[in-house]
Design a binder for this molecule. Structure first.
Ligand code: ZN
Length: 443
């Protein structure tokens, strides 16, 4: 036995919440037993703490981790396409290998310190494609964060980079890593030709991986698909063979009833990013209609899933007073199941015998009673990332007493700031991206 977490209240599952009063005994990176820790075992006192499965961020962009506070010298974007042209498609082109690594480290630090143990990432760095997923996997591995990675294939930067992106996914999907798995990344329908999309589907099929793609985030995606292919986005993806129970469809804000039916038929996961949708003013996803495979992501707004799940709840509740407190917890659990399926770890997101020991310890001195029947209320109205004391990934304590254990986090932040200055200088030299979706800017 490697370690015992003793004296805490264990939340074995988020859906439905189940509490145990037990020590968590960990061996070989997994939960070995739940019971009473024998004498003489290395132990960590968790008395008075709530021990929960580590949170999973089901969609993010670590490459945006150094964008916090970024200057913006251009005319303000007036729509979603301009946000991409003037912000994100400049930032991604400014990235080189060093800043890809610095972004991954900074993003991983934030994730772990907020109690997130797995991130599902969607990466873009058009001027540093080959090997970028290894750089990210190595950086996350150094801090001890589990991940599902992919490179976002797109035609917006020309055929050579599209091919390099496809190859980067193919190469990474064939590699075996203890803490990282992969999906087949594709940007979005409106930046993909028929041939490039077909190549992505083929790689995904060969690797047994799902396609991870932004879907109808904005109306522009639908206008483009109708103009170029005479099909709505989800049907276009379905025709191409991209829809199946391994696929991760991100946003799905502007999907109609027929597309929702196709998504539900396929068993695909839908990654909902409430704060990002609000920030980009793209509209409201009909999450209530999108079924049991709706999961939660941040779309690059950090990886604090306490904040994201609460925001998703507020956004949903604003329109629907019958949206229950349990909904965000169910979505979080679904996110862990999706990541677990991708990583071949079906018990990810649970604390049970045999499950990976990905665990967050919350120091949560609540002034009101806490039990499994009211956990959802505590999750929304009490718990937050500031309660995260310890984090374990694969049984290893990677955050202890609110500090990273494997690296000096002050030094890491200082190095990130140095890299950020370089990145922002490069950014100033890059103008708005010239790529335009078909079908025009307005509805
Ligand atoms: Zn995204």
């Amino acid at each position: 036995m490697d370690l015992a977490l003793t004296g805490g209240t264990v939340l074995a599952s988020l859906d439905a919440p189940a509490f145990l009063q037990a020590d968590v005994l960990i061996e070989g990176g997994r939960v070995k037993a739940l019971g009473v820790a024998p004498e003489g075992l290395p132990r960590r006192d968790c008395s008075g703490c709530l021990i929960i499965p580590g949170n999973v961020c089901a969609h993010t962009h670590l490459y945006s981790a150094l964008a916090r506070g970024m200057p913006y010298g251009l005319e303000p974007p007036a729509n979603f396409t301009q946000i991409l042209q003037r912000v994100w498609w400049r930032l991604d082109r400014a990235l080189d290998e060093e800043t890809v690594r610095a972004s991954a480290l900074a993003g991983a630090m934030s994730a772990l310190l907020s109690g997130t143990t797995t991130v599902v990432d969607h990466h873009a760095s058009p001027n540093a494609i080959t090997g970028s997923l290894d750089i990210i996997a190595d950086a996350l591995g150094e801090l001890g964060l589990r991940s599902v990675l992919c490179y976002e294939v797109t035609d917006r930067d020309g055929p050579e980079r599209a091919r390099a992106g496809i190859e980067e996914n193919r190469r990474f999907l064939a590699a075996q890593r203890p803490l990282a798995g992969g999906l087949m990344g594709a940007h979005a329908s409106f930046t993909l030709s028929a041939d490039t999309l077909a190549a992505c589907v083929e790689i995904a099929r060969d690797a047994g991986a799902g396609v991870h793609i932004h879907v109808a985030e904005d109306r522009a995606d639908q206008r483009d698909s109708l103009a170029r292919f005479g099909r709505r986005v989800v049907h276009r993806l379905d025709d191409a063979g991209a829809l199946n129970d391994r696929a991760v469809l991100v946003h799905c804000v502007h999907v109609d009833d027929g597309e929702i039916a196709a998504i539900l038929r396929s068993g695909a996961t839908v990654a909902h990013n409430a704060r990002s949708n609000m920030n980009n003013s793209v509209g409201r996803a009909r999450v209530g209609r999108l079924g049991e495979r709706v999961v939660l992501g941040t779309d690059g707004i950090g990886a604090d899933m306490f904040a994201e799940s609460a925001a998703a709840y507020w956004r949903g509740r604003e329109d629907d007073l019958f949206l229950g407190f349990a909904w965000p917890l169910q979505r979080m659990a679904a996110g862990a199941r999706m990541a677990g399926r991708t990583l071949g770890e079906p018990a990810l997101g649970r604390i049970e015998v045999g499950a990976p020991a990905d665990i967050t310890v919350l120091d949560y001195p609540t002034p009101t009673p806490l039990h499994e029947g009211n956990l959802a209320g505590h999750w929304l109205f009490g718990l937050s990332a500031r309660h995260v004391r310890d984090v374990l990934v694969r049984g290893e304590l990677v955050v202890a007493d609110r500090r990273l254990t494997r690296v000096d986090q002050d030094q890491l932040a200082a190095q990130a700031r140095t890299q950020t200055e370089r990145l922002w200088r490069r950014l100033e030299e890059i103008g708005p991206h010239e790529f335009e979706p078909a079908g025009g800017q307005q509805p």
